[in-house]
Design a protein around this ligand. Structure first.
Ligand SMILES: *[C@@H]1O[C@H](CO)[C@@H](O)[C@H](O)[C@H]1NC(C)=O
Ligand SMILES: *[C@@H]1O[C@H](CO)[C@@H](O)[C@H](O)[C@H]1NC(C)=O
Ligand SMILES: *[C@@H]1O[C@H](CO)[C@@H](O)[C@H](O)[C@H]1NC(C)=O
Ligand SMILES: *[C@@H]1O[C@H](CO)[C@@H](O)[C@H](O)[C@H]1NC(C)=O
Ligand SMILES: *[C@@H]1O[C@H](CO)[C@@H](O)[C@H](O)[C@H]1NC(C)=O
Length: 295
């Protein structure tokens, strides 16, 4: 039965060649596919963190609305929250000493959330939103999260600019140059509502440590704190690691840097927009933002 033997060997060889070929040319795609399907698609479980100064009533209502639609939501506070509310596992805080270990001394909530994320190694993707992000109905947030659930981008932001693609006049470009973060990698992003990946969090941790050792060098005369500015640091470390960074579809949002008045919100609602920033007041037009109801 030698021919069976040969057929068997051939089959094994062909399988091997096919696998090898596939692996060689598609290993990246396979990894990404597995990554998205096993980690995101299957659970379809979103994580979101509201970045807030204090756990105000408004912030807690937003948290509650997110949790009620099945989002694993948290609030990261910039001030010790026990002063304001009974602490639950959804209300987070990282103290000044912990962030200072990384040389982060600005005591900003963005630093606290990243230092917290450094340790959350089982979180693959997390949405971050500043406390003045709001919406007309919580389901629009879930729709946004769902829409990108199978997208493996490391940063999803409202806008991303690149120094080496002509964006030279941004206020927050550092004035001092550092070898570890060369100018051609400098990037800026609008992150008031954004999603970051584990890879991006790791890149952030890596470069925060690099920046700290830069500053510890004896002959450092000048350092520019814009290196720590989240709108600079987050996309720039992503760019350093060649991570994927995308601007999400904001056609249903009025999310930008300016503060929205009631009139702005009214006009945006008429234009079919449902997610807003920045809204610092309790808008009667967004009365349903935190109403908890089944869809
Ligand atoms: C904290 O919890 C106590 C006991 O459960 C309750 O009486 C009190 O009102 C709570 N305080 C706040 C700020 O929620
Ligand atoms: C992260 O984990 C390290 C090592 O276990 C620990 O020393 C550190 O305090 C943790 N950081 C936070 C913010 O929990
Ligand atoms: C600072 O010191 C390091 C190590 O001694 C040296 O390699 C580097 O060139 C120095 N940088 C400047 C700007 O003098
Ligand atoms: C990023 O891409 C550049 C150009 O392809 C390459 O030289 C560099 O090593 C890459 N960096 C990382 C961290 O993969
Ligand atoms: C709030 O929801 C109720 C019930 O769906 C609706 O009748 C009302 O018009 C909504 N209000 C606003 C301001 O959107």
């Amino acid at each position: 039965m030698w021919y069976r033997y040969i057929i068997g060997v051939n089959l094994i060889l062909i399988t091997y060649i096919l696998l090898y070929h596939f692996h060689d040319h598609a290993s990246l795609a396979i990894n990404l596919l597995f990554y998205s399907f096993s980690k995101i698609y299957q659970n379809n479980h979103h994580t979101a963190i509201i970045l807030a100064k204090t756990p105000s009533v408004r912030v807690l209502k937003h948290l509650n609305a997110l949790v009620h639609v099945g989002v694993d939501a948290f609030v990261m506070c910039d001030e010790q929250p026990s002063k304001y509310t009974n602490i639950t596992s959804r209300i987070l805080y990282v103290n000044d000493e912990s962030v200072a270990q990384y040389g982060l001394t600005g005591n900003r909530v963005w630093d606290r959330v990243f230092v917290w994320l450094y340790n959350q190694t089982s979180l693959d993707y997390v949405w971050l939103m500043e406390e003045d992000v709001t919406w007309s109905n919580i389901h629009y947030m879930v729709d946004l999260f769902d829409r990108y659930a199978n997208n493996h981008a490391d940063l999803l932001a409202r806008n991303i600019i690149y120094r080496n693609r002509g964006a030279r006049r941004w206020l927050h470009w550092p004035k001092v140059f550092l070898k570890i973060l060369p100018e051609n990698k400098w990037s800026g992003s609008l992150n008031m509502l954004s999603r970051v990946s584990r890879r991006l969090v790791n890149a952030h941790q890596y470069y925060v440590q690099q920046l700290l050792s830069e500053r510890k060098k004896p002959n450092v005369t000048q350092f520019d704190n814009d290196y720590y500015y989240q709108e600079f640091l987050i996309p720039t470390v992503g760019h350093m690691f060649n991570l994927t960074m995308l601007i999400y579809d904001y056609s249903k949002m009025d999310v930008y840097v300016y503060r929205l008045s009631e009139n702005n919100i009214r006009n945006s609602l008429e234009d079919g927009k449902h997610i807003f920033h920045s809204v610092k007041h309790d808008s009667p037009l967004l009365i349903n933002a935190t109403v908890i109801k089944k869809k």
